[in-house]
Design a binder for this molecule. Structure first.
Ligand code: NAG
Ligand code: NAG
Ligand code: NAG
Ligand code: NAG
Ligand code: NAG
Ligand code: NAG
Ligand code: NAG
Ligand code: NAG
Ligand code: NAG
Ligand code: NAG
Length: 352
């Protein structure tokens, strides 16, 4: 640093001495004016060089910095995500999003490939690649994406689905390298686009209710012998084309059968869907008469994803999401039995 400064100083001194050498010894008055008249071009050159240097610094150091800081300050917000046409190794991914900037810089931003990863999973392994379209620096822009995305890293995508199904919120980072071309300049500069979004997960469908339960006494063996309507809350802004989802049901630690939600297309907000189940009714009746549940007739039934079939194919990523944890749904079995069979089952008198 100091070496460079010294040599710069030396150069300046040299130039000055060269400038001064041919000049006659200046008389007291008007000497400087004469000097200026004679060497105005040298000063002009110095000035131009200085101006060019400043402009170059602004363009080659300042602009990229400003461009990067504008990208960093831009806000990415997501209004909706659709996961449609779900296949074992691909999905149709639609994202409606907005990018908000302060609008102070007009610039064209190149399209780019971005990766998505879970911010709170330390290895940051991308679970999806997404192509972002070209944008500009306008204050408020709609960025809508619709593309068929290959699932190139199934493990990472399954993990994302497990977090998405289980967590109340999760943080997803979108990251990619792109180029920015400020309007009026002919060059492009590389910048990093990196945004972390905090989104709502499905929170294990907390708040699901089951109503309209009916026991089908005449069902043949293997046919569903229980039907109801479930109201499944989706706290996220995702629409998911899940398909036929089957869950194993437990009361405490005992399997009591399974239930299926046919053609499940989960949308944000409330989802009223029909369910049909094959339940071991004897086991259920025993449970509802047990001391633990006989007072209210309400049994917390545990559900664990057992199969997700869509167009005759298993969708492992949705299945992993639904199978990684049990979700608990309180079912008012007492009322269901009362309305289906017309009897009230109290507590078993003989039970200890
Ligand atoms: C995006 O917005 C359009 C128009 O409102 C809507 O039809 C579409 O379903 C939305 N897509 C997503 C992914 O939210
Ligand atoms: C893009 O998404 C916005 C919602 O963010 C929606 O209002 C708009 O209609 C969408 N445009 C298209 C072409 O889907
Ligand atoms: C993203 O694309 C790159 C290059 O094509 C590929 O190597 C990588 O596996 C992809 N990752 C995901 C998660 O799709
Ligand atoms: C999200 O859920 C996963 C799987 O249940 C868990 O391991 C992780 O710690 C959770 N992360 C956050 C940030 O809640
Ligand atoms: C589930 O919802 C209930 C209210 O419906 C709430 O009290 C409880 O805290 C929620 N649990 C989680 C894990 O969000
Ligand atoms: C659900 O139960 C029925 C009847 O017991 C059985 O045929 C079917 O294989 C089960 N489904 C799953 C995914 O376990
Ligand atoms: C769900 O609950 C059942 C019964 O208690 C248990 O056997 C099973 O391991 C649980 N599943 C998970 C993923 O915790
Ligand atoms: C109902 O379906 C289950 C499972 O298929 C079966 O075990 C049971 O016998 C059926 N009928 C009754 C009355 O529980
Ligand atoms: C769900 O299962 C039914 C009956 O097997 C079938 O007709 C339907 O096509 C399946 N739905 C999907 C989305 O695969
Ligand atoms: C984003 C959204 O629509 N969230 C909804 C998810 O479902 C619950 C229950 O139906 C609603 O209260 C949320 O508003």
């Amino acid at each position: 640093m100091s070496d460079k400064q010294e040599s710069d100083n030396a150069e300046v001194t040299q130039t000055e001495s060269r400038v001064y050498q041919p000049a006659p010894a200046p008389t007291k008055k008007g000497g400087f004016v004469r000097h200026l008249k004679r060497f105005w071009w040298a000063y002009l050159l110095l000035f131009i060089c200085g101006a060019v240097l400043v402009i170059c610094l602004v363009i080659f150091v300042g602009v990229p910095r400003i461009a990067q800081s504008k990208i960093n300050d831009a806000k990415l917000e997501i209004q909706g995500v659709n996961v449609l046409n779900a296949k074992p190794d691909s999905i149709l991914l639609e994202i409606n999003s907005t990018i908000t900037t302060d609008g102070s810089i007009k610039a064209n931003i190149d399209p780019f490939e971005g990766v998505m990863y879970l911010e709170d999973l330390p290895d940051h392994t991308p679970f999806l690649n997404v192509s972002f379209p070209a944008t500009n620096g306008n204050k408020h822009q709609l960025v809508n994406i619709s593309q068929e995305v290959q699932i190139q890293n199934p493990d990472a995508f399954n993990t994302f689905n497990i977090w998405f199904a289980a967590n109340q919120t999760l943080r997803v980072t979108v990251e990619g390298r792109t180029k920015v071309k400020p309007s009026g300049l002919s060059r492009k500069w590389g910048v990093t686009f990196k945004k972390t979004i905090t989104m709502n997960g499905l929170n294990l469908f907390n708040g699901t209710t089951v109503t309209n339960g009916k026991i089908a006494l005449t069902a043949k063996k293997g046919q569903p012998n229980f039907s109801a309507t479930a109201d499944i809350p989706n706290a996220s802004y995702f629409t998911l084309d899940i398909g036929n989802a089957t869950f194993t049901n437990f009361i405490d630690d005992t399997t009591i059968g399974n239930l299926t939600i046919p053609n499940l297309l989960l949308v944000p907000g409330s989802n009223k869907v029909p369910i049909s189940a094959n339940l071991d009714q004897l086991a259920v009746i025993n449970a509802v008469q047990s001391p633990k549940y006989c007072k209210t007739g309400v049994i917390p039934v545990k559900l664990q994803g057992a199969a997700v079939r869509n167009d005759d194919a298993t969708l492992q990523y949705f299945l992993d999401g639904l199978a990684a944890h049990n979700q608990t749904v309180p079912m008012d079995i007492g009322s269901i039995i009362k309305s289906s069979l017309g009897t009230t089952l109290g507590c078993k008198s003989s039970s200890s």
